[in-house]
Design a protein around this ligand. Structure first.
Ligand code: NCD
Length: 316
């Protein structure tokens, strides 16, 4: 590739993967591979790449994995990282999102990693402040770093992405993970299938490369990858969801059901899990599960995103 074609994410906010090209996604995955080697080599993990940079994590919704891994990712790269929780900041005194963002900007930060319950919150942030915005989840809209770590985990375990059959199962309607996965996975040449109760299966995903199923058993025939989603009871209106027992029986991923998928099917779940509802313990802790690896890969992918956007780096 010539320099003119070099893809770079330098200075770019990461709001949704809909706006990313396949080349940009490859750049993140290739960089994450290098970051993973650094995390795994043991000893001192600290790199100087982001020394002198400041990153604020601004989370208006609960998070364990995403917030901690963004925080560690920034720290492993040498940045100063501060995490703000909505419950212990002036947000509880009624400060608006715009004012909170402008306050953080005034302190001289280079990037804001944010999670908010409103769709469009991250895009709004890019319009009102100058620091790079990394969307860590906005309502049911997008969760780009999760989709990138899903792709990275699949590529690491399967050695490729193109042509694989991936089935995303569960509460598609309320899932920002599903939305980002669909855009990223179709872009990378995967065959994407969505399965779940009709009430949780949005028709607007009917486009090339995506197949909808109301039967999980039908969807997972020969699947290479199954991404099991959490039932998001906190985002649901009444009536969309059968009883939990009914859901587990008809849509839950357990060992019996997995016999329909490929022998070496890879199981993903973004967490947190409702064990015994959308996924059984035997599957979570079984040999086909890459759920723990996803968490480790999350740190590497977030290091890649921060390094590429704040520091530069190309694939040429
Ligand atoms: C997801 C989220 O918050 O969107 N979790 C995560 O980031 N690992 C999925 C979920 O909440 O079910």
């Amino acid at each position: 590739m010539s320099n003119e074609d070099a893809v770079s994410l330098f200075g770019k906010s990461v709001v949704a993967l809909k706006n990313f090209s396949a080349e940009e996604i490859h750049l993140v995955l290739n960089t994450a591979r290098k970051m993973k080697q650094i995390i795994r080599r043991g000893g001192d993990k600290k790199l100087p790449n982001l020394r002198g940079k400041a990153i604020v994590n601004l989370f208006y919704e609960p998070s364990t994995r995403t917030r901690t891994s963004f925080e560690l990712a920034g720290k492993y790269l040498g940045a100063d990282v501060v995490s703000i929780n909505s419950g212990t900041s002036s947000i509880v005194k009624g400060e608006s999102l715009r004012d909170t963002l402008r306050t953080i900007e005034a302190m001289g930060v280079d990037a804001i990693v944010m999670r908010h319950k409103a769709e469009g919150a991250a895009d709004f942030a890019t319009q009102v402040v100058k620091p790079i915005i990394i969307n860590a989840g906005d309502g049911a809209h997008a969760h780009p770093s999760q989709a990138l770590l899903d792709l990275f985990t699949i590529e690491q375990r399967k050695g490729r992405l193109v042509g694989l059959k991936v089935v995303i199962v569960g509460d598609i309607l309320h899932s920002r993970v599903a939305r980002s996965d669909v855009y990223a996975m179709t872009k990378m040449g995967m065959n994407v299938h969505l399965a779940g109760p009709k009430t949780l299966l949005p028709r607007f995903f009917e486009f090339d490369g995506v197949t909808l199923h109301e039967s999980v058993d039908e969807a997972i025939q020969g699947a290479d990858v199954i991404n099991v989603l959490r039932i998001q009871l906190e985002r649901q209106q009444a009536g969309l969801f059968p009883s939990t027992r009914e859901y587990a029986r008809v849509f839950g991923i357990n060992d019996d059901r997995l016999r329909l998928a490929a022998d070496d099917v890879l199981i993903l779940h973004p967490g947190p899990q409702n064990k015994g509802l959308e996924i059984s313990s035997e599957v979570t802790y079984g040999e086909r599960s890459a759920i723990q690896e996803q968490v480790q890969n999350g740190v590497a992918v977030r290091m890649a995103l921060l390094d590429l956007t704040l520091n530069g780096g190309t694939n040429s």
